[in-house]
Write a protein that binds this ligand. Structure first.
Ligand code: ZN
Length: 292
């Protein structure tokens, strides 16, 4: 059953994106010379296909991150509508909900992968959320804001929690990762080793999460990785320097705005429009049109 939030959002979105508004916002988009950089986590099939259909209907050409990198590096303003789709984390359901759509419409996508969740089965944030909902005494009261726990302590708690978690696997396996790497439409990007909140990591921890994890993932998939996304959109000046030094060509935040040409000067903090899981399509449309 759909939530009230979903239904209300869908109705408001449909009113606010009526044809003339749609047209006006697309004109603004065209004049801005932006690239529509969009990202998902674990969308349902229906929402993902509706977004793709809307982009196709409005004559967006889907480009890969390699093509975006050339535009950014040569500081070329686009003249026709271009969209780039990325997905974070490598959710198992992407295999059923995203893959058939990108194959149907021939869309290149980049999936940003953190290594530990592929080994363990889940993101640590989910394991923590689950443990908190089950009132686990392994997490102290003051640690319920788990995204703020220092990395060393977080890893300690996580290593205990993961042994007893009741969660089923939500992230793709190594075998599935090796299979999707063979798909010519799928590129793999870096997303740290532990899905770490980089802004609260020490310099040494960041070095491991950004540089060492790049080499590790390249070894697993047997391909070079050129693009990076900051988990949770968290980074600091050290992260930007390390991403650049590690040899990445571009890195993405979670700042949910159009990728305008003035952002080309900062290739390691490029924005992406977020389409949250299970959002109604009309709200998603508002996001794509830069209205939210
Ligand atoms: Zn992530």
């Amino acid at each position: 059953m759909k939530s009230i939030r979903f239904i209300a959002g869908n109705i408001i979105g449909s009113i606010l994106t009526i044809k003339p508004v749609n047209k006006h916002r697309l004109k603004l988009f065209d004049n801005s010379g932006s690239i529509l950089s969009v990202y998902f986590h674990n969308p349902n099939y229906h929402l993902f296909e509706q977004c793709v259909k809307w982009l196709v209907f409005n004559k967006f050409e889907f480009i890969s991150l390699d093509e975006v990198a050339v535009l950014v590096e040569t500081k070329k303003k686009v003249k026709t509508r271009k969209a780039v789709i990325t997905l974070d984390d490598g959710w198992k359901d992407n295999l059923n909900n995203v893959l058939p759509v990108i194959e149907k419409y021939k869309i290149p996508v980049t999936i940003f992968i953190s290594i530990a969740p592929v080994y363990d089965g889940n993101l640590w944030t989910q394991v923590f959320k689950n443990a908190i909902s089950q009132k686990s005494d392994l997490i102290k009261k003051e640690e319920k804001k788990y995204k703020k726990i220092p990395e060393q302590r977080r890893l300690e708690i996580y290593n205990l929690l993961k042994q007893n978690t009741t969660l089923k696997r939500n992230i793709i396996t190594i075998e599935e990762l090796l299979l999707i790497v063979q798909n010519p439409l799928i590129y793999i990007g870096g997303h740290t080793f532990n899905h770490a909140m980089l802004n609260i990591c020490t310099l040494k921890e960041q070095q491991f999460e950004i540089d060492d994890s790049k080499k590790h993932l390249e070894k697993i998939i047997g391909k070079q990785i050129n693009y990076f996304a900051y988990p949770n959109g968290d980074y600091n000046d050290d992260s930007i320097q390390l991403v650049s030094k590690a040899g990445y060509r571009m890195a993405f935040t979670t700042k949910s705005v159009w990728l305008r040409p003035d952002k080309y000067n900062t290739p390691f903090i490029l924005p992406r429009i977020c389409i949250p899981n299970n959002l109604s399509f009309n709200e998603a449309k508002m996001r794509l049109l830069g209205m939210l």
